[in-house]
Design a binder for this molecule. Sequence first.
Ligand code: FPP
Length: 246
Amino acid sequence: MATQAKPDLSSAAPPHGARHVAIIMDGNGRWAKKRLLPRAAGHRAGVEAVRRVARAAQDLGLECLTLYAFSSENWKRPASEVADLMGLLRRFIEADLDEFHANGVRLKVIGDYHALEPSLVAMIENAVARTSGNSGPMIAIALNYGAQDEMVRAVQRIAQRAACGEIMPDTIGPAEIDAALYTADLPPLDLLIRTSGEQRLSNFMLWQAAYAELYFTDILWPDFDGRALAAALDAFRMRDRRFGGL
Ligand code: FPP
C-alpha cells in the first residue's frame, strides 16, 4: 500500500496546511457556449484564470500548484482546438515567464511534453531551466500527461533497473515508484480540485491522489479565481485527514 507522511505543519506553514494543490481546469467550452462564443474564447479566458490562480497560490503560501492543461487524451479533439491550446501555451510562456521568474516561481512540466512541437519543447525547456534556481513556489503544468502512461513509464524504468541488477524486485516499494514518477520532486499532493461540476479524475495524478482530499466545484474554470481557491483551502482545512489511521 502507498504510504504518505502527514504534511509538516510547521510554524511557517500557512493556516490551511496545504503544500500542494492540483487542479483539473474544466469548463472552458461550456463557459464559451453560455456566451455564444467559440471554444477558443473559453480557452483564452481559461489562461486568464491560470494567471489569477497562480498569483493567488503564491499569496496563499502554497509550495506547489499543479495544473492539468493538456491530457494525453486531448489529442482526440479537433486539430484546430489542439492548435489553439498549443498557441495559448506558447503565448503564455512568452508573456508570463519574466513575471514568474521575478516572483521566484519555479516552473515545471509533468507529462510526455517531448511529443509537442520542437520549438515549443525548446521554449518549455528554456522556461524550466531559467527558473530552476528560484526558491519560490513551484508551478507544474501537466502537458500531454496521463496518469496511466506515467505509471507505465515508471514501471518500465524500475524494471530496467531490476534487469541490470541495480535493484532487487522485492525491495521495490512506494518510495521507488514515487521516485520514478514525473512528480518525484514535487511535495505530496494535499488537495485535488476539479471545476465545472464534473466529478471524476480523468487519468490525472491517480497514484499521487491516494490520500489527497478531493474538492469539486460547479464554478467553470474561466470564472475560477483567488477567492475560489481560498474557499477550497478553507474546506481543506476542515477535513479530518487520517491517512488510514484513527
Ligand atoms: C477543459 O475545458 C480544459 C482544457 C482541456 C484545457 C485547459 C487549458 C487552459 C486553461 C488554457 C491553457 C493553459 C495554460 C497553462 C496556458 P473543456 O474544453 O473540456 O471544457 P468543456 O468540458 O466545458 O467543453
